[in-house]
Design a protein around this ligand. Sequence first.
Ligand SMILES: [Zn+2]
Length: 490
Amino acid sequence: MKKLKRLLKRLFWLSLLVVVSIVVFNTSIYHSRQISVESITPYAIPEAVMQRLSDVVQITTVSYPGRIDTSAFRTFASYLDSQYVLVDSFLEKEVINDFSLVYKWPGKNPRLEPILLIGHIDVVPVERESWSQWTHPPYSGEISDGHVWGRGTLDDKVSILGVLEAFELLLAEGYQPERTVYLACGHDEEVGGQQGAKAIARQFEQRKLNFAFVLDEGMIVLNDALPGLPKPVALIGTAEKGYTTLELSVQMSDGGHSSMPPSETTIGILSRAVHNLETHPFPAEISGPTKELFRYTGPEMTLPMKAVFANLWLTEGLIRRQLSTNPTTNAVLRTTIAPTIIEGGLKENVLPTSARATVNFRIAPGQTVNSVIEYVNEVVDDERVSVQVKPGAFASEPSKISATDAFGFKALEQTAREIFPEAIVAPSLVIVATDSRHYESVAQQVYRFMPVRIDKADTKRIHGIDERISFENYRSMIRFYRQLILNSCK
Ligand SMILES: [Zn+2]
């Protein structure tokens, strides 16, 4: 007995030693994936760019659910023509569906695949009641405290103007790209992009255009992206989650009087279905772009965290559990389930014959709308609950995953390292829907990245209160687009 105990003890220490050795070894060979670039002197950006951004914030190109404020879009387009005179004279401009704009800057070498930069002109509305909470009115375009304030300064007029400023600067230098550069500006991204981006993409398809890569908004340079990571991360979205909304409904031929309720009611059955979904989330997975994110950020972390990410074979379960506790990180691990509307019943003493719940799903790469429906039926496990897809402008399957070894990613990686030398670069998953999903048919590689560096807390300003951009950020953004064109169009 004593011998056996001693043997077991030895075995324990031996296996611990093996595990520790593997952990140490893996951590020691967990090398940085960051490319080194030569430092460049920040390009001088004229002060007038701030005023132009301020001016377009004041043009209220708002998308309301189901409609847009049309006259503002015409003002926006003519403002651009009047301000970007070199763009206006050297680039070809086309208007799609009255308000969307496509610019083409012909390259010297037509045999090279063009690149496509995209942005959107429309902004989300600001509820009247929340105006008082803004430091400066949302459409004032106020320039103060080193910032331009208002709707569109982060999402997404700033991208369009940033690119146009870069074009204008390069044109003034007498530059002509080898590769053709397109800028496509949709006018209805915030309501699904059906009239804008989707229609533009269809035009491109008909012309048999194929882009070397597409760049849209989506991710940013985040200061405090992950625990244990002391550096900011330029997160380049290589994929985007899918989107579907399901309606769960329960019908009963007889409702009845609330004085004699049956053992089960439509509301009770529906509530159980919703509860089952909330308590049975989709399984968490560290795969696809999320796995890539950790492959790129892990080696840059402080030692204990570096050891954790270098040894996913041992720590993956722990990481999954930890990340699942935070809604932001949870969203990159799995398909999410969000019940958003529940309806049923008209009168306090009448049992309703029907009840409905609307549940929104953001679908992780690797799953499909159909696999979500299957999962929902399995979890709800009640034939009385019917599950229907609610059609909508945002509905889509998850995007393809764009490559990190492709020309486009490399150009973005290099440019991000040059313009944000303090930051590291990492691929990542975009959890919201962007216009870029409409362009998948015209490009193998679609990336989502807006070159602004902000804190996590500042991301609330997007679609929120006090949306603003600092002068420094806007300058970096223009430098980034200029440099990206130089890097990818030579
Ligand atoms: Zn946007």
